[in-house]
Design a protein around this ligand. Structure first.
Ligand SMILES: C[S@@+](CC[C@H](N)C(=O)[O-])C[C@H]1O[C@@H](n2cnc3c(N)ncnc32)[C@H](O)[C@@H]1O
Length: 315
């Protein structure tokens, strides 16, 4: 595969064009600003979302769907979000970012935030021990964490990070429309002998204004009109934290129109982009880890190829 990158040394910006090599690669960050619908969409930008989002014009994207790095769970590369010493710092950092997302979302747009929780642990933020230990446990050992304080920060405490982020977003003026429960019939094992087995995550549906685009008829047709979804996890190749296309597609179909722009600032293996392609929407993706950018690009090209020859897409 011929992978092309252009790097701006000052801003550490890589741009990958996932649609056609005929489109010019922006030479530097100034070329992307102000965002231009013709040239800047259908691309994965390999860099730090916190910086890249600043280049998107106000009220530009119709829909945002994302799953940010969870607190203390995995190390993806050189990211900082998710690796703070305190969960409260993580929440604050994420909330700084949601201010920017609110700026770039159109007035009638929606924002779906998929976010998971974690227990305050004795050795980092462990989820499992012994035969249930996860490969990602190695990350916890490298994660420097704040000392317990006997109150919020106590060993075994479920940190309620999603709820705290959602409340923070309400304070920023976001309107929370649904607290969707994504129930996983095949969750990543998270065993403990003295508590129940966690099998769900939240997908918060936020909007910016009371009048936003929502197609209830399509939601009903897709059986997507209730707030509990049962959908298996489908880790994509080397990206263990990916969500399934089948979870994302109905969200796109119910809250955007054809040709709309869907932004995923933490796009990982490219799931949101693939779901956007399959529903005839455009996408913008940010991803800090170059390896995932390449995985996403390959996956996106394959989705486009199958669509162009009318072959069914298997996810
Ligand atoms: C939970 S995963 C998202 C997975 C994605 N939904 C999928 O289906 O593949 C979070 C992703 O955010 C990326 N990431 C972490 N910090 C980032 C940052 N500051 N800017 C851009 N991407 C970042 C990670 O490399 C990781 O791929």
């Amino acid at each position: 595969m011929n992978v092309k990158y252009k790097q701006n040394k000052k801003k550490h910006l890589y741009v990958k064009d996932c649609v056609t090599s005929a489109i010019a690669y922006p030479q530097d960050i100034n070329n992307i600003y102000p965002y231009n619908e013709q040239y800047n969409v259908n691309k994965i930008y390999c860099g730090d979302a916190i910086e890249l989002v600043k280049n998107i014009s106000d009220n530009f994207v119709h829909l945002i769907i994302t799953s940010p790095p969870y607190f203390g769970c995995r190390i993806y590369g050189n990211e900082t979000l998710g690796r703070e010493e305190s969960p409260l710092d993580y929440i604050n950092n994420l909330l700084q970012f949601t201010i920017e997302l609110k700026r770039v979302l159109r007035q009638d747009g929606s924002f779906y935030l998929n976010i998971g929780d974690v227990y305050f642990g004795t050795k980092g933020f462990i989820r499992n021990k012994g035969r249930y230990a996860r490969k990602t446990d190695i990350h916890y050992r490298e994660h420097k964490i704040i000392k317990p304080n006997g109150k919020y920060l106590q060993y075994k405490q479920l940190l309620m990070i999603p709820e705290r982020v959602a409340i923070g977003m309400q304070e920023q003026g976001w309107i929370l429309r649904n607290k969707i429960i994504w129930e996983k019939p095949n969750p990543v094992p998270s065993y403990s002998p003295d508590r129940r087995y966690p099998v769900y995550e939240y997908i918060f549906h936020f909007v910016k204004s009371k009048k936003y685009y929502f197609d209830l008829e399509i939601a009903k047709k897709l059986n997507n009109h209730r707030d509990i979804y049962r959908n298996g996890i489908e880790p994509f190749k080397e990206h263990q934290a990916s969500y399934p296309v089948s979870l994302i597609k109905p969200l796109i179909l119910t809250t955007s129109k054809e040709n709309d722009i869907v932004l995923d600032p933490f796009i990982g293996s490219g799931t949101t982009a693939v779901a956007a392609i399959l529903t005839n929407r455009r996408f913008i993706g940010f991803e800090i880890n170059n390896k995932f950018c390449t995985i996403a690009e390959t996956r996106i090209k394959e989705a486009q190829r199958l669509i162009s020859i009318n072959l069914p897409f298997i996810y």
